[in-house]
Design a protein around this ligand. Structure first.
Ligand code: HEM
Length: 505
């Protein structure tokens, strides 16, 4: 936390007037140049609220009245909360955390699930923070992103909203990046992705490793063939440094007013600058870059692409992928080890498939279903949110402008109301039927709407190729599986306490 005091945290957390960030940067979450961390790794307001409460609780421990329950496991909270609140949004007076921090920290998803049983599908969590657990309402919020709301503001910006110009430029960068990342363009580059994955997995042979330590580098190297025709250790290092800095920011879960000098911000800024310094010369280089890579695609545009938009497509989309990709990659290993019968089926399918990398969705339907199920059971982005820039109506609840509207893909994915076939069970086959195995909008590992994931098909492909390679070529050992726990981090969901070893089969 460095020099930040508890009083600094949360002050001026959400602006209600639309903010005044500086224009000219591609990604609104990177507004003001290098001051912001990459996408995905920003602490949601809920994490900040927890950090705020934790700071208060250092002097005055919270009463432990709350009995957390497992998601979907029934059971009611045993605590007494005043129901006399005059607030229109259901929830206890003063927010939930003030009295139940320990319970929240012990089981964040169970706690939220208990709250929704108690207060309904839209409830007030903390000052200026509501949680929505109904898929239709979540879909509505997501569909109206960039109009009624923006993705949660960056805490290193003191919670400033992006300007309309910043959002427009980021949307231009997204549009520029989309053709390289979307499914139709993938077959040309997937063999290279598969080669990079195989090389990294082979390099691990015989070593005990913690997946949550190696996954980030493996994912950057696996995605790089989509961006560049050749390897670039300099870019891999720069991206990983930037990712690390952003992850530490997320873990710190503090809002830093934009005027305040901060070591954390300087580290993020320097790391971002290194990414820029590595990419900019590539963009300017006249040599051909292979049109099926992001770099080649950018260079082949008629007319000059503005630097910030090229940088957005080339750098920020890659940075945006790592946290979620890496976390999902860890869970692939976990579930292969936890369900040997599933691993056997993946192996049989991959062994029989003539070519697994052209389009793994077609060539490996069961393995694809396995990857989808892993993302259902453990969605890396377990908690997401939008900041309302105007007042919005959610069902029969009025949410004022400036409110952070949070939703949890994890909760949606484990809610029996939306999943008729026991959502607590790990069952890849649920994805093999003709229809969708869930209510509309209840499967959200990639969010949705104008700010949803650009790399969903690519992400699933990397996961399926990883699973196929391990199942066919490796013997996977994960001792003490029962002791592996789920870390509900401020930005992603990762396995904690997991050790694995791969040996050639
Ligand atoms: C299994 C892997 C992945 C998962 C689970 C995942 C998940 C997500 C989620 C949940 C969001 C929405 C965040 C929000 O609404 O605030 C998102 C956005 C995004 N993702 Fe992914 N992602 C994955 C892989 C990738 C890959 C491979 C790429 C590109 C190489 C990518 C690039 C992006 C970008 C550019 C955004 C857009 C953010 C914006 O417009 O603000 N993701 N992803």
């Amino acid at each position: 936390m460095g020099a930040h005091t508890s009083r600094d945290r949360g002050k001026g957390a959400i602006r209600k007037d639309g903010g005044h960030g500086e224009a000219g940067q591609a990604c609104p979450r990177h507004a003001q140049g290098a001051d912001e961390g990459p996408l995905h790794h920003l602490p949601p307001p809920l994490a900040e609220a927890v950090a705020r409460c934790r700071a208060r609780a250092e002097n005055e421990p919270a009463p432990r009245h709350f009995r957390a329950c497992r998601p979907g496991g029934g059971g009611r909270a045993a605590f007494q909360v005043s129901q006399r609140s005059k607030e229109t949004i259901p929830g206890p007076r003063g927010g939930i955390l003030a009295r139940h921090l320990t319970a929240y920290e012990a089981d964040p998803a169970g706690f939220l699930d208990d709250c929704r049983r108690r207060y309904g599908d839209v409830f007030r969590f903390d000052t200026g923070v509501v949680v929505v657990t109904d898929p239709d309402l979540v879909a509505e919020v997501l569909a109206r992103t960039n109009r009624d709301s923006v993705p949660n503001a960056n805490p290193l910006q003191g919670g400033r909203f992006p300007t309309a110009e910043q959002t427009r430029r980021w949307m231009d960068a997204r549009q520029l990046a989309a053709p390289t990342l979307r499914s139709a363009a993938l077959p040309a580059r997937l063999p290279a992705v598969r080669g990079a994955l195989a090389a990294d997995l082979d390099a691990l042979d015989g070593t005990w490793f913690d997946p949550s330590e190696v996954c980030w580098a493996i994912c950057v190297r696996a995605l790089l063939p989509l961006y560049l025709p050749d390897e670039s250790p300099a870019l891999v290092d720069a991206v990983l440094a930037s990712f690390d800095a952003a992850r530490d920011t997320a873990e710190a879960a503090v809002r830093v007013p934009s005027w305040m000098p901060s070591r954390l911000r300087r580290r993020v800024r320097d790391a971002d600058q290194r990414v820029r310094d590595t990419i900019v010369p590539m963009l300017g280089d006249g040599a051909p870059a292979g049109t099926d890579t992001m770099l080649g695609h950018i260079r082949s545009q008629p007319g000059a692409v503005p630097g910030d938009i090229a940088m957005g497509a080339m750098g920020f989309t890659l940075l945006g992928a790592i946290g979620t990709m890496g976390a999902a990659w860890c869970w692939i290993l976990y579930y292969l080890a936890a369900h040997p019968e599933v691993a056997d089926r993946v192996r049989e399918e991959a062994t029989a498939a003539p070519d697994v990398s052209g389009d793994p969705a077609r060539a490996l339907p069961y393995t694809w279903a396995f990857a989808q199920e892993v993302l259902r059971a453990r969605p890396p982005a377990w908690l997401l949110g939008r900041d309302a820039v105007t007042s919005v109506t959610l069902g029969d609840v009025e949410v004022p402008a400036g409110t952070a509207i949070m939703f949890s893909p994890y909760l949606l994915h484990h809610d029996e109301r939306w999943w008729p076939d026991d959502p607590q069970r790990f069952a890849p086959e649920r994805w093999l039927g003709a229809g969708r195995p869930h209510a509309p909008g209840a499967y959200l590992p990639f969010a949705s709407g104008p700010r949803g994931c650009l790399g969903s098909h690519l992400g699933l492909a990397v996961l399926a190729l990883t699973a196929a390679h391990i199942a066919t070529r490796k013997r996977l050992e994960v001792p003490g599986l029962d002791a592996v726990t789920t870390y509900f981090g401020p930005s992603t969901l990762t396995p904690s306490g997991m050790r694995a070893r791969l040996t050639p089969r």
